[in-house]
Write a protein that binds this ligand. Structure first.
Ligand code: PDD
Length: 285
């Protein structure tokens, strides 16, 4: 049984209990982060901590602990659960006001802080990365502040189910004819030596992996264009891929039933995955 973290305590997972009045449960009033663990070390912890602070600030949720304390909790959970490869899920909600009300509770209401681990042996060596994944396109029907990493994940879940029903792995979401992002990842296409991905804004999450991958791409003299692109442009591209904390760089080989590029994982995605994994392992803490 796992040991999880709840509001200052390390507990067996079946003893960690949250109130039915918690705003996370009643209103999806909470934010989260997912940080990968490779060889027992955290990838890009700083990036996740900075984005967490931003999500909390945007929603006026009090930050319940310092970055240093959060790092300590992450490390302790890795240790207690003997995680070599996997991830740590962190969620902070506006807490339990003791009743249901649309208005935010008094600012002294304690936020609820939950962290747990998921063990994924061989996370960086997934067969999907060698084969590539298949995606479908679906309309983006999420709310308008996707830059805040809230736990309001029903539409992304529906998107994954639509993909599954179509015999695919994931969905790319389209709004005003252009791709926003994947259900739980940022989306890219490659044309020649140029990597194209949607610019940041309220419409997408500012991926921590995205920031790192774009930095490594520029350092490797690849050209990066941050702009919208259509599904038609993706189908005419040489390659496509997605990035996230848990999939790193993952090639996309089929879209809406048609092959992307050669229909096999391409060299740019493979190279970026290798660079990302090498550099992230070196910087892991
Ligand atoms: N999802 N876009 C969306 C909508 C996401 O949910 C995620 C991450 C990303 C990639 O962000 P990052 O590189 O910081 O992981 C982009 C996480 C992994 C999840 O929900 O499990």
């Amino acid at each position: 049984m796992r040991t999880v973290y709840l509001n200052g305590d390390y507990l067996p997972e079946d003893e960690a209990k949250v109130s039915i009045f918690d705003r996370g449960f009643l209103m999806a009033d909470g934010v989260y982060e997912v940080t990968s663990v490779l060889d027992g070390k955290l990838l890009d912890f700083d990036g996740h901590a900075v984005r967490l602070q931003r999500s909390l600030d945007e929603l006026d949720i009090r930050h319940p602990s310092s970055k240093e304390d959060l790092l300590e909790v992450h490390r302790e959970l890795v240790r207690l659960n003997d995680i070599t490869d996997g991830m740590i899920y962190l969620q902070i909600t506006r807490g339990n006001p003791g009743d249901r009300d649309f208005a935010y509770p008094a600012p002294d209401t304690a936020p609820t802080v939950v962290l747990f681990t998921q063990s994924k042996p061989g996370l960086a060596d997934s067969p999907a990365a060698r084969q590539g994944i298949k995606v479908i396109s679906i309309p983006d029907q999420r709310w308008g502040r996707r830059d805040i990493k809230t736990v309001q994940l029903l539409y992304p879940s529906m998107g994954k189910m639509m993909a599954k029903a179509a015999g695919c792995d994931d969905a790319w979401m389209v709004e005003d004819d252009v791709v926003t992002e994947g259900t739980s990842n940022n989306a890219y296409i490659v044309k020649g030596n140029t990597i194209i991905t949607r610019q940041l804004g309220h419409e997408i999450l500012q991926g921590i992996t995205r920031a790192a991958v774009l930095r490594f791409a520029r350092e490797a003299q690849m050209k990066v264009e941050e702009r919208p692109f259509t599904i038609a442009e993706a189908l005419a591209a040489d390659e496509a891929f997605v990035t996230s904390a848990t999939t790193f760089v993952m090639p996309v080989v089929e879209m809406d039933g048609q092959p992307v590029g050669t229909g096999k994982p391409g060299p740019v995605a493979a190279r970026l995955r290798e660079i990302y994994l090498d550099e992230s392992r070196k910087a892991a803490i």
